[in-house]
Design a protein around this ligand. Sequence first.
Ligand code: SAM
Length: 298
Amino acid sequence: MGSQSETRRAFIDGIALPIDRLEPGLYCVATPIGNLQDITIRALKTLAAADVILCEDTRMTARLTEHYGITTPRMAYHEHNEASRAPAILKRLSEGQSVALVSDAGTPLISDPGFPLVSAAADTGVPVFTIPGPSAVVAALSVAGIGTDAFYFLGFLPTKEKAKAEAFQAIAAFPATLVCYEAPTRLLNTLQTALHELGDRQAVVARELTKRFEEIARGSLSALLEDFSARPKVKGEIVLLIERSVETKENREDLDGALRSALQAMSLKDAADMVSTALQLPRRDVYKRALALRDPND
Ligand code: SAM
């Protein structure tokens, strides 16, 4: 391998890892979501042995590779060039090279670039290997303390208010924990929209996981909204988890009674809002039921 073998190296605390040749193919390598130590030995060896590392941001990945003494060439591969770069990368792969794909943090393709390349590689028969490791969605689920047997991952929610509300409506009755990624600047609005559309469910804000200011804030959506509204500024990276619909036969049966009395005291919209929050039922369903129950003479 000559000079190339000298570039194939990785160190943990100054101790060199043995680096074997890689089988040709595309390697999707998970990297830390904060703490640089959250990386597997196989990931380090793969990054060290690959012919090239495709990076969402080469400077961001340099922090990781420099920390472990890895000197593999890095190439930018991000959402703005992933289509144009794909043919050249496929050519390298078809020539028998080993290509590692990483994103800035966590697992590539999970709300990150890589899908067109993996899909094209699979279509053309290039082997695609996973080097599994951290992902914020799984890290958050593992500490949230709400149901993990079934979960629905929404990625990033739409930013426009109407589309966000519709996204929640569409999955309001799913029998699964809802998980999404959210920017700190949008957290309050998203908690508010979730409260409005889903009722006052239990939820968790998992913030800055594996980092210095890691925080797992648990509570009802309304309590979390109050808590985060009282802070001067919400910062950091966030996963929001919301408990599944706790719809039971009992709260369905309570619905008509609660709506009838609420409708005597307030507008249809206020009644639907109040009852959906109290019974933790999807607002849209409660609104529809309220419409059906409304006295036709009103
Ligand atoms: N591919 C990554 C993964 O596997 O988790 C996700 C990439 S996505 C562009 C970035 C989003 O993931 C952030 O906006 C945040 O919602 C979430 N995230 C990433 N790191 C996190 C962390 N340390 N704590 C909480 N959320 C995190």
